[in-house]
Structures are given as structure tokens and as C-alpha cells.
Design a protein. Structure first.
Length: 221
């Protein structure tokens, strides 16, 4: 299957559509949104991070332990901002990205880790997304890079995060055959994400809404 949107969702003309597609860099139509109801582009994996806040967040009491396949890695080019609230949003966002990958690795649409970090509409979208990977008996392998984060905070418990993802070195791995579906790097290997978060009663910055635009000019190298 051809990847169009590594994880999630794209912006539809009149709102947000859960347009999920299995991983693969070649598909999609640039800045147009995916709205065909398929899934593409989830990833799982161990991670490397440029942000020192991630390990501290992962070790916090009550948070799920996220251990991902060693053949899938991340780089988060998300330096600390110096603002405690914004840095907490970035740290929790690293964990919410990994938690979805963990559900895919577990082949479990109701995995507890992602449900710790996603609520409401976003949680329902994640469940559908993971279900598509389970149906396809696939996950991803390779490397994902995240960069150019922009955090905005409103009041004490509302925030937004916009960031880019580089899928150029990430591919689909089919579990039964162990076949890796390698695809060429194109402009559609770069995805712009926008998330809306709130600080819940656990003190976690949980995702309520998540949208993406494949091939966005804002994320091109």
C-alpha cells in the first residue's frame, strides 16, 4: 500500500476527516487532504530524541511505559523553549506520538498507552487508525524525524502545537511476509501536523484534535 499520511488525519474542506493510510512515502496529492477513509503512515519504534525533556516525561509516575521495536527510530528536533508550559506540551507530544506507534506494534486498537494521551475526537480517530493497521497486518519500520515545532498556550490548560514530520526513511513492514515496502522520497514525504491539546486532571497535555497536510510547503527541506 502507498503511504500518504503517516499517522492520522487530514483537513477536509468543511472540517476534519479521519483519513488514515498505511505507511509509504509516495502517495497523496501534495497539499490536498486525504479523504478516502483509508489509513496510511503509522509508525512504531524505538526513539532517539534531541529533546532532553522526553525521558523525564516518560519516567513520570503513572505514565505508561513505551517500549517500541528497535527497527524504528525517531529524531525530535524540538529544543527546549525555556517556557515550562510549552516544554511540557512538547514533551507530552513526543510521548503521544510514540503511544500510537506502540498500539500499532501491539496490534491493539484499544491499547492503554495512547488512550492516556488522546481524548474525545482524537482518541476515536486513533482507534480507527490503529484498526486499519491491524486489518492490514502491518506496521512501519525505519526512521521518522520531527522538526519546526510551534507551540501556543492559551490560559492554564489549552494549547496548540504545529510541527513537521519527515517520512523519507520510513516504510511499511508487513508482519506475515516481513516484506518492507520501500518507496521513493518525494515532496509528499513531508507532512504538516496541527494538534489541539488540553491539560487534563492527570496533569497530562492530552490531544483533543489532530489534523495533517501532506506535501505542505512549510515542511519541505
Amino acid at each position: 500500500m502507498t503511504r500518504r499520511s503517516r499517522r492520522l488525519f487530514t483537513t477536509a474542506t468543511a472540517g476534519v476527516t479521519a483519513a488514515l493510510l498505511l505507511a509509504g512515502c509516495g502517495g497523496g496529492d501534495g497539499d490536498k487532504s486525504d479523504s478516502n477513509g483509508k489509513i496510511a503512515g503509522a509508525d512504531t519504534g524505538a526513539s532517539t530524541s534531541a529533546s532532553p525533556s522526553a525521558s523525564a516525561t516518560a519516567a513520570a509516575p503513572g505514565r505508561p511505559k513505551i517500549v517500541l521495536p528497535s527497527d524504528l527510530t525517531y529524531t525530535f528536533e524540538w529544543p527546549k523553549t525555556g517556557d515550562g508550559v510549552k516544554d511540557a506540551v512538547l514533551a507530552d507530544s513526543e510521548q503521544n506520538i510514540k503511544s500510537v506507534d506502540l498500539a500499532i506494534a501491539h496490534q491493539d486498537p484499544l491499547d492503554t498507552a495512547y488512550r492516556y494521551y488522546y481524548e474525545g475526537e482524537a482518541a476515536a480517530q486513533i482507534q480507527t487508525y490503529v484498526q486499519a493497521y491491524v486489518k492490514a497486518k502491518a506496521r512501519t519500520t525505519g526512521h521518522f524525524r520531527y522538526y519546526d515545532p510551534v507551540v501556543n498556550v492559551s490560559g492554564s490548560d489549552q494549547a496548540s502545537l504545529v510541527y513537521c514530520e519527515d517520512q523519507g526513511k520510513a516504510y511499511d513492514l508487513y508482519l506475515k511476509t516481513k516484506k518492507v515496502d520501500k518507496t521513493a522520497v518525494t515532496k509528499n514525504s513531508y507532512v504538516l501536523y496541527s494538534s489541539q491539546l488540553h491539560k487534563n486532571d492527570k496533569g497530562v497535555w492530552a490531544v483533543e484534535k489532530l489534523m495533517s497536510v501532506r506535501g505542505s510547503s512549510k515542511c519541505q527541506p
